[in-house]
Design a protein around this ligand. Structure first.
Ligand code: NIG
Ligand code: FE
Length: 433
């Protein structure tokens, strides 16, 4: 017997239905809104989503278990396509240094930055990394994320990078889907200081083939910027990764304009991420490609900078824009896609509809998973949110607030909003004892 569930009478059902390609231009504005909509789920997959009266008439709906979403927004789970979720400790010293005026590169030169995360991760026991990752994954689920990409890149030697990727494999599916990416080329580790090319040679010759053989990562990523890797090194690394069958991602044009977007498009990368410094030429290149422009406004916000990625220019040129948290201890310590959606609207002038498309279906495209997640269409996985909101525009409007009431993964509730304890009432009850 198959298991059926119906989510009934959503005030606003956002199906995100539409073309199978990445959403761009006017298509980015279409959230597939149905007023008074229902979703029918069979064995963890979407059977049908549409107007409540049509869905109610389906034979499967008759004996289905019911959830009432009356007056609420129902939408697909967020697909967070760029995070660095395995790390050993927050970087609170960096944070305070920055508040006193130091910038990202000065902090790194003073012994903080990515290298301090590397030292902490190398020293950490796998069980501790796993426990911390699990707590973070719960926080993702509470904020409505159902699929999370996660990068290595705080290990930077063989043992610590493999330790990170193994943790990602262990937590995958518990309960969120984790998409692993190898970011061995995050920065040059101290063992190779003065010899970055030798480091790139080593990761190309040893690490990439090994990770591929052991199926520890689907994507390979590189940080192409000042203080990290050059354009030539990035090209060499990405070509090696491509030959081995990895999907490609890049940290591109974050602090300086390096030209990384050009090689992303040339090599058919699935996404070029950050793009704070992207120019009109980059936008035109992305528009003519299948490479997703993944914007990470959380890192600009947390670093206290004012140059957000040029979302309007990218969208108007025709690039397919996605949004992600970049959750990491250095530049964006947040799991909240709703907050990212708020930043996208307030700081980058995306409309709420564009931001939600970018945070769901285009995020799925940035992970090559658009056939499975990102929309509520028949056959897709039932990764669904019920929000404590009557209108989807409330999601960005109430910045820093979490309106997620229920998160469902594969048709199973994995998070349900808790209640606020009424302490006055409880104290009174205590008095009477
Ligand atoms: O995406 N800039 C490179 N990587 C990360 C930051 C990593 C860190 O500072 O720990 C980013 O912003
Ligand atoms: Fe990043």
């Amino acid at each position: 017997m198959s298991q059926a569930l119906i989510i009934r009478h959503a005030g606003q059902l956002l199906t995100l239905r539409g073309p199978a390609e990445p959403r761009r231009g006017r298509n980015l504005q279409d959230v597939g809104l149905i007023s008074n909509g229902s979703v029918l789920i069979r064995d963890g997959a979407i059977e049908a989503a549409g107007a409540a009266d049509e869905i109610e008439r389906l034979p499967l709906a008759r004996n289905a278990e019911e959830m009432d979403a009356r007056g609420r927004v129902v939408m697909p789970g967020f697909v967070d396509s760029h995070t660095h979720l395995v790390y050993a400790a927050p970087r609170l010293l960096d944070y305070e240094m920055r508040l006193r005026g130091a910038d990202y590169h000065q902090i790194a030169e003073a012994g903080g930055g990515i290298e301090s995360s590397m030292r902490a991760l190398r020293a950490a026991a796998p069980e501790d990394l796993e426990a911390r990752a699990r707590r973070l994954i719960e926080t993702f689920a509470r904020h409505g994320t159902t699929t999370v990409e996660a990068k290595s890149g705080y290990g930077l030697d063989e043992h610590a990078e493999l330790k990170t990727l193994v943790v990602l494999g262990v937590v995958d599916g518990q309960p969120l889907d984790i998409v692993p990416t190898y970011l061995g080329a995050h920065v040059v580790p101290p063992e190779y200081a003065g010899g970055p090319d030798a480091y790139v040679d080593w990761i190309c010759a040893e690490m990439l083939p090994r990770i591929r053989r052991q199926r520890l990562a689907s994507f390979a990523d590189i940080y192409c910027d000042r203080g990290a890797f050059t354009l030539e090194q990035s090209r060499r690394y990405l070509l090696a990764a491509k030959q081995l069958g990895f999907g490609l991602k890049l940290h591109a044009e974050q602090f300086t304009h390096s030209g990384a977007t050009e090689i992303a498009v040339e090599l058919g990368a699935v996404s070029a991420d950050h793009l704070e410094q992207a120019d009109a030429n980059d936008a035109a290149l992305l528009a003519r490609s299948q490479t997703i422009a993944t914007l990470l406004p959380g890192s600009v916000f947390h670093l206290g900078l004012d140059r957000y990625p040029p979302a309007r220019m990218l969208i108007e040129a025709g690039a397919a824009v996605a949004l992600a948290t970049d959750c990491n201890p250095g530049t964006s310590p947040s799991c909240s896609m709703p907050m990212i959606v708020s930043l996208a609207c307030a700081q980058m002038r995306m409309s709420p509809a564009e931001a939600l498309c970018a945070a769901t279906v285009n995020g799925a495209h940035a992970l090559g998973r658009a056939g499975r997640v990102g929309t509520l269409e028949p056959g897709k996985v039932a990764d669904i949110l019920i929000l404590d909101a009557e209108d989807y525009r409330e999601i960005p409007y109430h910045f820093g607030m979490n309106l997620v009431a229920t998160t469902m993964k594969h048709g199973v509730v994995v998070y349900q909003q808790g209640r606020v304890v009424d302490t006055v009432a409880e104290e009174n009850a205590g008095d009477g004892r």
